[in-house]
Design a protein around this ligand. Structure first.
Ligand code: HEC
Length: 152
């Protein structure tokens, strides 16, 4: 992803602060680690919004027949995507996923989502999402921005 340098500095800064902290603070840090995957991915969210969600909303018309985004909405041909980001593929309850998608065990971080939207069959062969892929990187960036806002 772009702009990795500021992020790196931020991480180093936080690590320095943690290293200087008292023992109590260290314990808190350890507790938080148990959920490190989704927390870590969600902490990158600000950068993932780099795209234009208004454009993304129009691009989402390609997905809308098969996916809902808001909490509690029913699944369609594809799963409801509420809060999917940062989780393992196939985590939405009561949706009948393909074994290929479940076995992939990939995490929905930015890069995997980007690869999925570019060409779902290349990322997870034989999965059952019938979508040809979105080849333009800028389109995917905008669509992802919209998806991340709408599924929080
Ligand atoms: C023709 C219906 C269809 C279209 C169009 C479609 N999807 Fe899907 N999508 C599915 C199905 C079905 C699955 C589950 C695939 C499986 O189990 O192999 C899926 C899975 C997904 C997942 C993984 C969800 C999870 O819980 O792991 C994401 C993310 C996703 N789709 C996003 C999109 C986006 C964004 C678009 C628009 C660019 C889109 N899909 C277009 C049917 C569709």
């Amino acid at each position: 992803m772009k702009n990795i340098t500021p992020k790196l500095f931020l991480v180093l800064f936080i690590l320095t602060l943690t290293a200087c902290g008292k023992d109590e603070q260290k314990n808190e840090t350890i507790d938080v680690q148990s959920n490190v995957d989704q927390t870590q991915i969600l902490s990158n969210l600000k950068d993932d919004f780099a795209g234009d969600p208004e454009r993304g909303k129009r691009l989402y018309l390609q997905c809308r027949a098969c996916h809902s985004l808001k909490k509690g909405e029913p699944h369609k041909i594809g799963p409801n995507l509420y809060n999917f980001y940062g989780k393992q593929a196939g985590s939405q309850e009561r949706f009948n996923y393909s074994s290929e998608l479940l076995d992939s065990k990939i995490l929905w971080d930015y890069d995997n989502l980007d690869r999925w939207l570019e060409n779902p069959q290349a990322l997870i062969p034989e999965n059952k999402m019938v979508y040809v892929g979105m080849r333009n990187p800028k389109d995917r960036e905008d669509l992802i921005a919209y998806l991340l806002i709408e599924t929080q």
